[in-house]
Design a protein around this ligand. Structure first.
Ligand code: LLP
Length: 438
């Protein structure tokens, strides 16, 4: 089994209390407070190594991690130390991975509306590849690179006509997407690059077909389209492009019902599709970038909350209120995402009850988990919500003016703070009151 097929971090143990990374979660809650993001280093390193080992024999594969899933100094350092490059989408992500010691040659800058300032920073820090998304950006990038007397190495983001939603996917000639060039626009942009944009050095093509994907066939179809387009471009413009970036998207197991493929199954499909498409078009194997985000970090992360008020609606639901919710994990309210959870305390002898876990934020929609069976939860219990490593911390907000949680890294019974909890002072730190109002 692969780490992304587990709901819980691989070091999770139930003694009497619940443990992760050898640390008692009740102790973590006492020492660091709640809500608390906890990252299990062993789960994180294990999945990185799984990716590395399954793709390793193929020298042409370049593994990059999509920082948007979870980006801070320590997480970036661990993933970089495991040999990954990074997919970044902002100055903030580029600066963070740079400070964490990333090999900048293996960093890609993606996004559909990069600003001039971000492009300047990316060039100054020698980001390896720009995934150029549209006509406006191609011109902007060329101008900025020219002003710095630099060459920007570029992949063209294309919309391959494949769209995935977890269990199924659709193929259409054209997709209404804000990202990338439609296949019908490729000629126009290549001609501009070849004839006009002298500071753009075109290397290949990029696509990303979706997130939380379980259906591997969609990757084969995507790769076939990318290889075909690469061949057409090389023939028509007498170029020698030899790089493809197939994006990220592999899914994880949030609830029992989810059945994501293993990393090995994923790699087999990808490698087979590359080899067979290259054979079909009689070309050498290109360099292939992969940029998973969720499947790298999701399973290693959990969030701890303390139960406060409990409300039994007469002849209705029982609401268990926690001290966090939609500001530290917006996914249930944004996407109706489902999660699994457990009480971290010793619950021996308690009866199971169907309850709804409600957040603390002032919106009826702030429900973290609807209808979950838990051993009669009590005020003061610690709830552990699983699989919160991806798109939780990175999408967190200060809604209701609540301080963002801390994050700790656990390993071998040791815990280290990697992000401090915000204070109320932090919340006003960047503010100014105009003198005339004082
Ligand atoms: N590459 C590109 C160009 C992307 O746009 C993304 C994600 C990835 C790679 C990484 O995809 P992953 O392996 O993580 O699926 N906030 C949403 C997910 C948005 C994903 C956006 N793009 C969520 O919480 O489900």
């Amino acid at each position: 089994m692969s780490v992304n097929q587990f709901i819980k971090p691989i070091t999770t143990e139930r003694k009497a209390d619940l443990y992760i990374g050898g640390c008692n979660l009740l102790d973590l809650a006492t020492v660091y407070g709640t809500p608390l993001y906890v990252i299990d280093e062993q789960s994180l390193r294990t999945i990185c190594r799984e990716y590395k080992h399954t793709f390793a024999e193929n020298e042409n594969i370049i593994l990059t991690y999509a920082s948007k899933a979870l980006c801070n100094l320590t997480i970036s350092k661990i993933i970089s130390d495991e040999g990954f490059g990074f997919d970044t989408v902002s100055a903030g992500e580029i600066y963070t991975v740079y400070k964490a010691g990333a090999d900048m040659k293996k960093v890609t800058f993606n996004g559909n509306n990069k600003t001039q300032k971000e492009i300047e920073l990316a060039l100054d820090l020698n980001v390896g590849r720009f995934s150029v998304d549209n006509f406006y950006e191609a011109e902007l990038l060329n101008n900025v690179a020219e002003s710095k007397n630099m060459q920007a190495k570029v992949l063209l983001r294309i919309t391959p006509g494949i769209e995935c939603h977890t269990h199924d996917y659709i193929k259409t000639g054209q997709i209404d997407s804000k990202f990338g060039f439609d296949l019908s626009q490729i000629d126009e942009i290549i001609e501009l690059i070849v004839n006009k944009y002298k500071n753009i050095n075109l290397m290949g093509l990029h696509a990303h077909i979706g997130s939380q994907i379980f259906e591997l066939q969609s990757y084969s179809d995507e790769i076939e389209i990318l290889v075909k387009e690469l061949v057409l471009i090389n023939q028509k413009y007498n170029l020698n492009l030899n790089e493809l970036n197939i994006g990220g998207g592999l899914g994880v197991k949030y609830i029992e019902h989810d059945t994501p493929p293993t990393i090995e199954e994923f790699s087999e499909v990808v490698i087979k599709a590359i080899k067979s498409s290259c054979k079909k078009y009689n070309i050498d194997l290109p360099f292939v970038y992969i940029e998973p985000g969720r499947s790298i970090v999701s399973t290693s992360g959990v969030t701890l909350y303390t139960i406060g008020s409990i409300k039994q609606v007469p002849e209705g639901r029982k609401y268990i209120a926690i001290d966090g919710g939609m500001a530290d994990n917006p996914r249930p309210s944004l996407y109706h995402a489902k999660y699994s959870a457990e009480i971290a305390n010793d619950t021996y002898g308690r009866e199971l009850e169907a309850v709804t876990i409600a957040g603390r934020y002032c919106e009826s929609g702030d429900i973290l988990i609807e209808n979950i069976n838990l051993p009669s939860p009590k005020a003061g219990d610690i709830i552990c919500v699983y699989n919160t490593g991806a798109y939780n911390y990175s999408m967190a907000s200060n809604y209701n003016r609540v301080e963002k949680p801390a994050m700790v890294l656990v390993n071998n019974s040791q815990s280290d703070i990697i992000v401090n909890r915000e204070s109320v002072e932090d919340l006003i730190r960047l503010e100014e009151v105009p003198d005339r109002l004082k």
